[in-house]
Write a protein that binds this ligand. Structure first.
Ligand code: GAL
Length: 393
């Protein structure tokens, strides 16, 4: 399997800082041995932010497979609404600090997970990787990004791509633009936005803060390139350099083309503006694909997608993964949940509905849509960088 030009500096630094901190997530409370647990098995509270819409549909698809694989374990939905965990993460932190963890929670692979590891809030689940055969099932790059000092603290459910533009062909045509045009640079793209602005439509739809950060990271990636972008998180790229300043100015210009009601909206609203033909472009992770699929849209007639201009050949990566918190009340239930999350059937069902691609390399993706097929190819061939807005960087 090809995994070329992967930038691993961030993972290396994370591993080094763990070694320095001498952290251990060990605790008796979260045994993963699958034995009896004093009668507390039989259920699992799963904490996510997939509370509504297409995200809930993805979770539901996973829960259906869980029901088939573990009919004896009751699924308790602990979802808290708010895209990208904007409300869930604070609540989770309060629960963890109060010693009241859910049985399992959603966390992004990479730096975000590192915070939970450093705080000794999650258990090492590498024994489950052996037991469920996950070491062979996941690509080595992903395992490297998950491994800290030889331990692995979560099971990934998917791979999402954050640097995607979704666009409405009708709105582009109205502005005299070729709907299938791709733009080589942010400057070229800004020119197209000028044309859309003339029509009175919104050139670029965006929503609340984290979606703006998602946009910002892709602009930095476009302008600085993969290496320069990764250097922002390792210290190798100087934040005061003129190239970063120019890029931030690009971001400022792009923001001037966005809808003014943005701060009160969540991502589905910004994507809906493309579906409804109110806006031309939207930068969003590929959970947006599920919204276009739900609307019955077909590309390239009803919508088009392409990497954020200047980022072709780079895959801005994030992965949702599930943990075993220290002191989880139902470790046997968690073990069952993690088995389903890591299983080929679980990954196929979940990702087909979610717009993402399976983290496993052997899951059946034959029924996946055209966009997801492009993501599978890109993830295998592109340079992979870590998303800032979604906790990987
Ligand atoms: C991301 C998450 C995705 C999706 C998105 C919008 O952080 O990884 O699965 O849910 O937020 O809520």
């Amino acid at each position: 399997m090809r995994r070329t030009r992967v930038l691993m500096a961030a993972a290396g630094i994370a591993a080094a800082s763990m070694a320095l901190a001498g952290c251990s997530g060990g605790s008796d409370g979260g045994s993963t041995d699958g034995g009896t647990d004093g009668g507390s098995g039989g259920e699992v509270e799963v904490f996510t932010w997939w509370a509504a819409g297409t995200e809930k549909a993805g979770l539901d698809a996973l829960v259906e497979v869980f029901g088939e694989q573990h009919p004896d374990v009751e699924f308790i939905n602990g979802a808290v609404a708010g895209g990208a965990g904007s409300a869930a993460k604070d609540l989770l932190q309060s629960r963890l600090q109060a010693g009241d963890p859910p049985d399992t929670f959603q966390a992004h692979a990479g730096a975000e997970l590192q915070d939970y590891i450093d705080a000794a809030q999650v258990e090492d689940v590498s024994d489950l990787y052996e037991e469920f055969g996950l070491t062979e099932a996941f690509p080595q790059d992903l395992l490297d990004r998950l491994t800290v000092d030889g331990a692995i603290y979560s099971v990934p459910a998917n791979i999402h791509r954050a640097n995607v533009v979704w666009a409405n062909p009708g709105v582009l045509e109205e502005a005299g633009l070729d709907p299938e045009a791709e733009y080589a640079s942010i400057d070229d793209w800004i020119e197209a936005m000028e044309a859309v602005k003339e029509t009175g439509k919104t050139p670029l739809s965006v929503a609340t803060t984290w979606t703006q950060v998602n946009l910002l990271e892709t602009v930095l990636l476009a302008d600085l390139g993969a290496e320069g972008y990764e250097g922002l998180w390792t210290g190798d790229t100087d934040w005061t350099g003129s190239d970063v300043t120019d890029s931030l100015e690009h971001f400022e210009t792009l923001m001037s083309f966005t809808n003014t009601d943005r701060d009160g909206l969540d991502w589905p609203d910004a994507t809906q503006q493309i579906i409804d033909g109110q806006a031309a472009f939207n930068v969003m992770g590929d959970w947006a694909e599920a919204s276009f699929a739900e609307a019955g849209f077909e590309a390239p007639t009803d919508y088009v997608y392409f990497p954020v201009p200047g980022t072709d050949g780079v895959f801005d990566f994030l992965a949702d993964s599930f943990t075993l918190p220290v002191g989880a009340p139902h470790p046997d239930g968690v073990k069952a949940w993690l088995e389903t999350v890591g299983s080929a059937d679980g990954q196929t069902a979940f990702n087909q509905a979610k717009g993402s691609i399976p983290a496993r390399t052997d899951a059946d993706t034959s029924e996946f849509g055209a966009y997801q097929q492009t993501a599978i190819t890109s993830f295998a061939e592109d340079t992979i960088v870590s998303s800032l807005a979604h906790g990987a960087a």
